[in-house]
Design a protein around this ligand. Sequence first.
Ligand SMILES: Cc1cn([C@H]2C[C@H](O)[C@@H](COP(=O)(O)OP(=O)(O)OP(=O)(O)O)O2)c(=O)[nH]c1=O
Length: 204
Amino acid sequence: MLVLASASPRRKELLSLLVREFEVLPADIDETPWVQESPQNYVLRMAEEKAIAAAAKFPSVFHTPPQSSVIFVASDTSVVVDQQILGKPANLDEAKCMLRLLSGREHRVMTSLCLMNLSGEHLVSTCVDTKVRFRAISDLEIEQYWRSGEPQDKAGSYAIQGHGAVFVESMQGSYSAVVGLPLFECAQILSQFGIHSLEEMSHE
Ligand SMILES: Cc1cn([C@H]2C[C@H](O)[C@@H](COP(=O)(O)OP(=O)(O)OP(=O)(O)O)O2)c(=O)[nH]c1=O
């Protein structure tokens, strides 16, 4: 049994490209970075904490026998510019600050991935780093973009898979990781847990 520890509709959609059947169990964790925590450490820690939190609440939600094998998948996406970690904007002012920072230059999108079994004995995690370059964006465009509703629940206040693509001059790395779940790495780690994505998708 596979469990996606996420409330993100993007992650659900992306995981369904690899496996046909899985449950969704969002995990609530404190997403505050530690003082001077590196972005890589932060995203890796977030994914691991989401997997651990979902595993802790799993028995009260699903009443499967304890011996059944359950694997949790969790991820975290942060936009990083000048070592600053940009999460999801709380309001227009925050989105403005973020998009002004990203305007006319390159930033990195770091997405972590953690797969873990129910006991936590088997845990594999990785961090995927992608470079994205934005064209210059005006304040008027930022305000119009905010009103589209797209930036609200996205790290760095944009969605590369949406209208945010008009800002993206170039990208070097993993597109699926920027959207929220690195599919290449996820398929590789799933196979370490005995789940082979192509076999899964070829079953009737
Ligand atoms: C940069 C970028 C981020 N995002 C999204 C992916 C994530 O859903 C979100 C980053 O926030 P996260 O905190 O990583 O994830 P989440 O709160 O949406 O979901 P959960 O913690 O329950 O798994 O930003 C895009 O959809 N497109 C983009 O281009």
